[in-house]
Design a protein around this ligand. Sequence first.
Ligand code: AMP
Ligand code: FE
Ligand code: FE
Ligand code: ZN
Length: 284
Amino acid sequence: MHDTSPQPQEYIDLHIHTNYSDGTYSPSEVVHQASRIGLRAISITDHDTVDGIEEAMNAARDLSLEIIPGIELSADDGNNQMHILGYYIDWRNPTFNAQLTELSDDRLNRARSIVDKLNQIGVKIDFNEVMNISGKGTVGRMHIAQAMKKKGIVNTVQESFNKYIGNGRSAYTAKYKLRPGEAIKLIKDSGGVSVVAHPGLLKRQAIIEELIDLGLDGIEVYHTDHKPAAVKKYLLVAAAHNLIVSGGSDCHGLGKDKMLMGTVKVPYDVLERMKIKWTNNENS
Ligand code: AMP
Ligand code: FE
Ligand code: FE
Ligand code: ZN
């Protein structure tokens, strides 16, 4: 007889950072944790790098956990900063990787500049301490914040952003950022699906429509910083503009003072619709 009993809902998390950017866990650790908590699929979405993907895929080989290659690119239109997620990118493509190397080189110079500014205002941290925490992959402000916490200069990572390195604070230095259209194109050109990350954090909501005009494919509806009302709102935005829905916790391991993996409940069918969009992109 056909089994009509309800199947248990399966969940995914399509926004996770590893120690290849500013997460605290290695890709293998992320994979094992995701498997332990029973997730069906995850995406590794490190800032401006795809270097953690291979390790994650290898670690998941014998597990019933799907790994979706991903990335989170920073973009700036001159007045607004935003993050664009890319899924199913051709992460081994040399041209794509060469463009990412330019972004990570700039991050290195910028981290040096932030440390110099901190030293000038009497906050004594050493660039090497930041680089030790950063380890492999891209360096960012989270590593600087963690270095400050480790030295007891601040009690939390958040305090470091609030007092010193948040946008507009005394030790802030901007990094080179792609224009939004460039970020979307970079993802498209490497065969990926582009998704605006945590739109709830955008100061100007009209940005979403501008991104759609630039070829955006989807919107991150489910996110740690989205309350139920925001989720409802962005589901309507997605439906109105025929955008695919995405979601994830934006887990940084213990980097954001607490572990978020799996805390945002994203149903597996979100991924099924994303796969359809990806297949259509490939054939268009
Ligand atoms: P970066 O890419 O180096 O500019 O750093 C971005 C990272 O810093 C992201 O993971 C953000 O979550 C985090 N971040 C940015 N602004 C803040 C803030 N005001 N408070 C806490 N974390 C922040
Ligand atoms: Fe981050
Ligand atoms: Fe982000
Ligand atoms: Zn993120």
